[in-house]
Structures are given as C-alpha cells and as structure tokens.
Design a protein around this ligand. Structure first.
Ligand code: CA
Length: 364
C-alpha cells in the first residue's frame, strides 16, 4: 500500500471512529445481546462454569458489542432441547455436547466422543487439522447450526455401580445412564442404557430408577455426590476417551456477524477449549483423593477381558452407525483414518513416555 493511500484510509477510519463516538445511537444499533442456552446445571463445576467463561470471553473480547447472556439447563429450555432452540432461533448459542443430539443425526456423536475413539488432544488434532471441522460444519449446517469445540473433559471414568462387573454378563439387565454410542454398545451387551441430563442422575440412582451411571470423572462425579448411592467406581471409560464440549451458533446469526465478531467467537471457544481441559486435568486428581480418602470409594478397573468384549461390541456399533447413510460413512472414514495414525503416533509419544516415566528411578 502506498503511503498516501494508507493515510487516506487512516483518515477515513478516523472519521468513522469520530462519527461513532459522537453518535451513540449508531453504537447501540451495533450492539447485540445473544442468548446462550446450556445443557448444564447452573454453575456446575467445569461444564457450567466453562460455558459461563466462554460467554464472558465473547462479551469481553467484543468489548460488549456482543453480550452473551447465559441460561442454565431448564432456565430457557430443558437441557436436551438446547439444539432445537438454537436451530430454530429461539436461542442464539448453546453450550453442550454434540452426542446429546444423536436423535437428530447419529453422526453428531463423532464430535463429542465415540467408544474407543480419540483422546482430547487427538480430537483437537482431528477437528483443527484432520478435516473434522469441515465435516462438522457440513453436518450441522443441515440443522442451521455452526459449532465449535469449546471444552474437553479428558478421559472419563467408567462409571458408578452397586455390583462388581467381573465379566460382560454382569452388564445384562443393568439399567445404566450412558448417553451417546457408549449406551448403544451396552445395549448390545444386554444393558438397558438411558440418556438423562446430569441434574437428574442422582435422584434416579437414589430411587432405583437406574442401577448404575456414568457422568464424567472424579471432579464432576464428586460434585453430584454419587459416592453416597453407589459403591464401586470403575475405570477407564471406554465410551468417552476425550469428550469434546461444543458451542453451537444459529447459522443465520453466525452469517449476520461481522468477520471480527466471528473471529472473536472462534477464538473465545478455542481458548475455553484449552482452559477447560487444563482445569479438568488439575481437579480430577485432587477430587480422586477426596473420593478415596474421605468417602471410602472403592475403585475398580475393568479387566482386559471385559474391555475386549466391550471393544468388540463397540466395533460392531461403529460399523452399523457408519452404514446408516453417506454422510456418516464419510465422517466415519475420516475419523477412523485419523484414529489409525493417532494410535501409531501415541505408541511412540504419550504412551511410550508415560510407561518410561513410571520406571523405578529416584526423581525427587
Ligand atoms: Ca460422560
């Protein structure tokens, strides 16, 4: 750009700026309040507070030009109706988990977590660099939504049980809360898996409406107090190896935003995605100590035999889902191609290093 063009541009910018500062109605016209509905109880640790932080990030980064008003589950719409609310325009944004919308399309599961799928870091890699975001955009656009990764819980726990699971036969007839494709895997093994929102799990477990539940991990499970009504805490969670939370925007609203405001939402959600993962990694360890040492929770690890049987059923479910329609088949192909490479690389990176770090040498 020639210097005089730059100066002319700067002068024009200054003129616009000056006009804006003296014309407050013009500024008011540009200001928008966006409603964000969430699938989480108000201020629920990590999930609800993460959604609140994402809302605040957008508001602060836009200097209030976009003010995001947050609604907890049930305040504007019930938890599992957030997607419909944003799709139809009743709300502008949601914070939740895409697998809650699997009734709309099974392929949404891939953008939260699928059984024996990808870890948190691998999900980010697939979404941002492996073609995941483009596939997600294509799927969500069918429902008038544009969604972003906005938080991650990391590997989840296997769940709370009142009896020991020594073989997969023990899953038969079990009424368990497990959303997404994990629930379908357990149904294949004879369990009666149901999806109920977080806030309804404790009373359901207490009343015997369900026998067992998964939720997230030590931090979130401690907050709901499941240790009061279930004896055994199993790990690891085959069903959610790196659950990605999401922020969806009504597509008409998204298209109406300026490039700057779009970039603010893109960056605010990305910041929260990383920040939340760090918080889960910190709090889960501390909360596990409280569960074991203060509440006497009995930890159990699923045996390799049980995990192998669940793995076989998971593969069957995944292949069945992929065969449902062309769009899901395309996402499945991208996801599984990526998964193969991720397994090879993690064998030599995270997995190999974690094993080496546990070798018997003095460190501190
Ligand atoms: Ca879960």
């Amino acid at each position: 750009m020639k210097r005089r063009d730059f100066l002319a541009g700067a002068a024009a910018g200054a003129a616009v700026g000056a006009a804006s500062t003296i014309s407050s109605p013009a500024i008011a016209q540009n200001k928008r309040t966006l409603k964000m509905v969430t699938t989480w109880p108000k201020n629920f640790p990590g999930l609800g507070t993460g959604a609140a932080r994402a809302a605040k990030r957008i508001t602060d980064m836009s200097d209030g030009q976009l003010t995001v008003k947050l609604y907890a589950a049930g305040e504007l719409v019930p938890a599992l109706e957030c997607f419909d609310a944003v799709s139809s325009g009743t709300a502008d944004l949601y914070h939740g988990a895409e697998y809650y919308w699997q009734g709309k399309h099974k392929a949404f599961n891939f953008f939260t977590a699928v059984p024996f799928g990808l870890t948190a870091g691998e999900m980010d890699a697939w979404i941002h660099h492996g073609g995941g975001q483009e596939l997600w955009d294509d799927l969500a656009a069918d429902f008038n939504v544009k969604a972003f990764a906005c938080g991650n819980t990391g590997v989840q726990m296997g769940g709370w049980f009142n009896k020991e699971i020594n073989n997969v036969e023990d899953m038969k007839g079990l009424k368990i809360r497990m959303p997404g494709l994990g629930g379908e895997v357990l149904r294949k093994l004879g369990a009666a898996a149901v999806t109920i929102p977080g806030g309804e799990i404790f009373p359901s477990l207490q009343s015997g409406a369900i026998d067992a539940t998964e939720w997230v991990g030590p931090w979130n499970d401690l907050a709901f107090g499941f240790y009061k009504v279930a004896k055994f805490y199993y790990y690891p969670g085959f069903h959610e190896p790196g659950s990605t939370l999401s922020c969806g925007v009504n597509l008409d609203v998204w298209k109406s935003l300026t490039p700057q405001h779009q970039e603010i939402i893109r960056n605010a959600t990305m910041a929260e995605n990383n920040y939340m993962m760090a918080e889960f990694n910190t709090r889960n360890g501390d909360s596990l100590d409280v569960l074991i040492n203060k509440h006497g929770v009995q930890l159990r690890k699923f045996s390799d035999e049980v995990m192998t049987e669940i793995g076989k059923a998971s593969g069957e479910v995944m292949r069945e889902v992929a065969a449902e329609d062309e769009k899901t088949a395309k996402i499945f192909k991208s996801f599984t191609d990526f998964r193969k490479k991720a397994i090879r690389w993690s064998d030599m990176s995270d997995s190999a290093f974690w094993a080496a770090r546990k070798l018997p040498f003095q460190y501190e």
